[in-house]
Write a protein that binds this ligand. Sequence first.
Ligand code: CA
Length: 226
Amino acid sequence: MRVLIVEDDKVLREGLSRYLHDAGYQVDAATSGSEADTILVHEDYDLVILDIGLPGLDGFEVLRRMRSRSRYVPALILTARDSLDDRVHGLDMGADDYLVKPFALLEIEARIRAVVRRGQATADAKIVYGALVLDSAARRAWLAGQPLKLTAREWSILEYLVLRAGKMVNKDQIVSAISGCDEDVSYNSIEVYISRLRSKLELAGIRIRSVRGFGYYLDKQADTTS
Ligand code: CA
């Protein structure tokens, strides 16, 4: 299991790295938010342990960028003792759990197991949206029981929209979500992918609605709800 530790405190970072390494994890470490962000664009992890107070990009910004990408990576945030706001804000932003410093190393291992278990349940589950079924692990889709042919980019955009069904997403979010695996995606091309997805989905009553100046959201006819 691959873990990325993002912590600027050298003693804590090295102690945690050594402890988790000895416990059998494959551990990488980053010392700043921007370093972590760069690593996360290119590498896959099963868990990110993320300090909030970091030089450069703080932990919240690293988390925000993580959650704008299509692949879900569980995040355990580390917060200072008195900052209840940080904990609440972190969970609101999609952290899976938090630990308050200082913490016992035994405790972090138990939390890691719980977070990763929940993360795997999320990754293994098929996502159902009306007549549409997505298998994120296999990157396959079915519409009304029939396999749905999608290009890699169409797949990424559709998964991104389905995971945020009913919520507005803008082009910037879509571009940053899919540019992790494919660097040369342009802002304008998003419209083309959306238009292709629309024609593939409309027969099954699933619509990608656009709101001028805001973005897109996924919508389905009430009678297709299962
Ligand atoms: Ca710190």
